[in-house]
Design a protein around this ligand. Structure first.
Ligand SMILES: Nc1nc2c(c(=O)[nH]1)N[C@H]1C(S)=C(S)[C@@H](COP(=O)(O)O)O[C@H]1N2
Ligand SMILES: [Mo]
Length: 199
């Protein structure tokens, strides 16, 4: 009985759509600028800053443990999509494969094409975050960030960097592209952290 109650309440969309958001059944593409076309042959992923520098090839990244994920996706422009299905690598599994200095409290996400977005370590190093290469059972298309993107379900989707190719570990906050242009530094959808008051 109790199990049934919880299942029902979890599947109730109104409990899962943050304030000011509306559901979409499609999956809109939201990209600033052009879409980089990156072949997995050339693809590299680099870690630097307050971490032991390391570069992964595609084969090395794919050799990390693989997991399936179902996550809701909230864009600050007010659309949300529930139950997106992905496959990829848990951030926690990735972090176990690198050496990060304990002083690193913040991260800059870097991407092919030059997009950046910043995230606090506490928001990044979480069990529910992941790098995705597969969307609904298909290889992630370039417009949705293929070959690899980050997904951070508990923050607005501008933190979910497409074409991600590096993490820069920092001992202080630096602002990424949208954060420098007026978006909130953190971007938590249930608190409607959409825009920065300092802007
Ligand atoms: N590299 C890069 N990543 C990005 C963006 C971008 O313009 N460039 N847009 C962000 C924004 S604002 C959103 S809402 C999501 C959109 O992902 P989608 O196009 O797969 O829906 O990607 C995020 N990641
Ligand atoms: Mo967005």
């Amino acid at each position: 009985m109790l199990g049934k109650f919880f299942r029902k309440s979890e599947s109730e969309p109104s409990n899962r759509v943050p304030p000011g958001q509306r559901l979409t059944t499609g999956f809109p593409v939201l990209t600033y600028g052009s879409t980089p076309e990156v072949s997995t042959v050339d693809w590299q992923f680099r870690v630097w800053g307050l971490a032991q520098e390391k570069t992964f090839t595609w084969a090395e990244f794919m050799a990390l443990p693989q997991s399936d994920f179902t996550a809701d996706f909230h864009c600050v422009t007010t659309w949300s999509k529930l139950d997106v299905q992905w496959t990829g690598v848990k951030v926690t599994d990735f972090m176990a494969a690198i050496e990060v200095d304990p002083q690193a409290v913040h991260i800059m996400e870097h991407c092919y094409g030059g997009y950046t977005t910043n995230i606090a370590m506490d928001d990044f190093h979480r069990a529910e975050n992941f790098f995705a290469h597969t969307l609904f059972g298909q290889p992630l298309s370039p417009d949705h960030g293929g070959p690899l993107r980050l997904v951070v379900p508990h923050l607005y989707a501008w933190k979910s960097a497409k074409w991600i190719n590096g993490l820069e570990f920092l001992d202080h906050t630096e602002l990424g592209f949208w954060e420098r242009n007026g978006y909130h530094h953190r971007g938590e959808p249930w608190a409607e952290e959409r825009y920065s008051v300092r802007f």
